[in-house]
Ligand binder design. Structure first.
Ligand SMILES: *Cc1c(COP(=O)(O)O)cnc(C)c1O
Length: 404
């Protein structure tokens, strides 16, 4: 086996491209800070109703600027990404309306939100219909999408970019841009919502720039930069953000309420670090892809592939190897390195899942983390790495434990 230095030499061109994108996105973030005149006063906190929270309001302007959106909602009242997605869907859809997912079955935690598993608080329980069009060979099925939009009255089209716990490829921004253009040819009114989890700052453009109306994500992933301790965001059209804020808070008290409770500085700083943290996560994923492929495991994406998100898939084919690798990641973590994870049932997920998350923030997956549903073909979903160096240590530790 090559020494790690030789491997990194081989990966240097890929790493350089990642650095270039991080530089571009850092310019985007710092320009937004300059434009909105971020100052010490914005780190102050509010309590109670949260009236007049200039830090929170400025943060949302900064997010809007980064996303080239009319407005944004960035809140610690969102538990995480799932909550932000759920809020957006309930805000946009009314009884009798139809939601159409054009990227196949959505992320597991949305099953109960949509009502795929008969939850009594689901969209379905409010008579909101659900339609789904699967991807074909990891691409949008334009023909079926067109037919559906022409024949049915669709209120919201949802696009999930990251693969979730499926084995499909994640969707890069160019593919999203193309499908939105196709949709707009036949329907100018349908609301296009993008689940952007794990994809922020992986490329130079974000969904609103390519025509989406609403873009949703988690702050315990990319944009929290490992600093945010919870939260979610929604960016997009002003009137849609208003609906989302009334759903999150209360009708009649839209964006004006919501105490920041000390979160403002964390959210600013997380966003500030995010381009660089995403780059570290990408390099960690590239290194893992290279090493595990060289050891005979099937990986997706490959080390040289253009990436759409920070997730690295590794197919272990046996339950034992999957568990060993995930446990190895835990052993290489900063927090709870002494704990050995076991597969268990998780709220919101269908199968038993084994999760390594030795993270400072519970469940944070912008920190080095790895999880795998205990089902064939025993695939690990690896992501995160606050710094490349710690990511590298974690990968080397996991490979060593796998082979021991
Ligand atoms: C992680 C994820 C979610 C849910 O985000 P949480 O912050 O874990 O609630 C939704 N969609 C996709 C594609 C994800 O990767």
């Amino acid at each position: 086996m090559n020494s790690i230095e030789n491997i990194e030499e081989k990966l240097s061109e890929v790493f350089k491209k990642i650095d270039h994108i991080a530089y571009y996105n850092s310019q985007k973030v710092i320009s937004a800070f300059w434009q909105e005149k971020v100052g010490e006063q914005h780190f102050a906190s509010t309590t109670g109703y949260g009236y007049g929270d200039i830090g929170r309001d400025t943060l949302e302007k900064v997010y809007a600027s980064v996303f080239k959106a009319e407005d944004a909602l960035v809140r610690n009242q969102f538990v995480s990404g799932t909550h932000a997605l759920s809020t957006a869907l309930f805000a946009l859809l009314r009884p009798g309306d139809t939601l159409l997912y054009i990227t196949g079955k959505p992320y597991d935690t949305l099953d109960s939100v949509i009502g795929l598993n008969n939850n009594s608080s689901s969209l379905k329980s409010y008579n909101i219909n659900y339609e789904q069009i699967d991807l074909v060979n990891d691409n949008f099925d334009i023909e079926s999408i067109n037919k559906c939009l022409q024949n049915k009255d669709i209120k919201v089209v949802a696009i999930q970019r990251s693969k979730g716990y499926s084995l499909r490829k994640s969707l890069d921004i160019l593919k999203v841009e193309k499908v939105i253009k196709e949709i707009r040819k036949i329907n100018q009114k349908v609301i296009i919502m993008v689940d952007n989890c794990y994809c922020e700052f992986v490329d130079t453009k974000e969904p609103i720039e390519v025509g989406a109306d609403l873009c949703v994500g988690s702050l315990i992933k990319n944009l929290g930069g490992g600093i945010a301790t919870n939260g979610g965001y929604i960016a997009g059209k002003k009137e849609l953000i208003h609906l989302c804020s009334e759903r999150l808070n209360v009708a009649g008290e839209a964006k004006e309420v919501g105490p920041s409770l000390g979160a403002n500085k964390m959210f600013f700083q997380g966003l500030y670090f995010a381009p660089s943290v995403v780059a570290s996560s990408l390099k960690t994923a590239v290194l893992a892809a290279y090493i595990l492929e060289s050891k005979g495991y099937e990986v997706e994406p490959k080390w040289y592939d253009k990436r759409a998100d920070i997730v690295q898939l590794i197919k272990f084919n046996t339950k034992e190897k999957l568990i060993r690798f995930v446990q190895g990641i835990q052993l290489g973590s900063a927090v709870d390195s002494f704990a050995l994870p076991e597969a268990s049932d998780m709220p919101g997920y269908d199968d038993k899942i084994i999760m390594a998350s030795g993270s400072f923030t519970q469940g944070s997956s912008i920190e080095l983390s790895c999880d795998g549903p205990i089902k064939k073909p025993y695939v690990a979903f690896l992501q995160g790495g606050l710094t490349y160096e710690y990511g590298k240590i974690g990968i080397l530790k996991a490979v060593e434990y796998l082979e021991k």
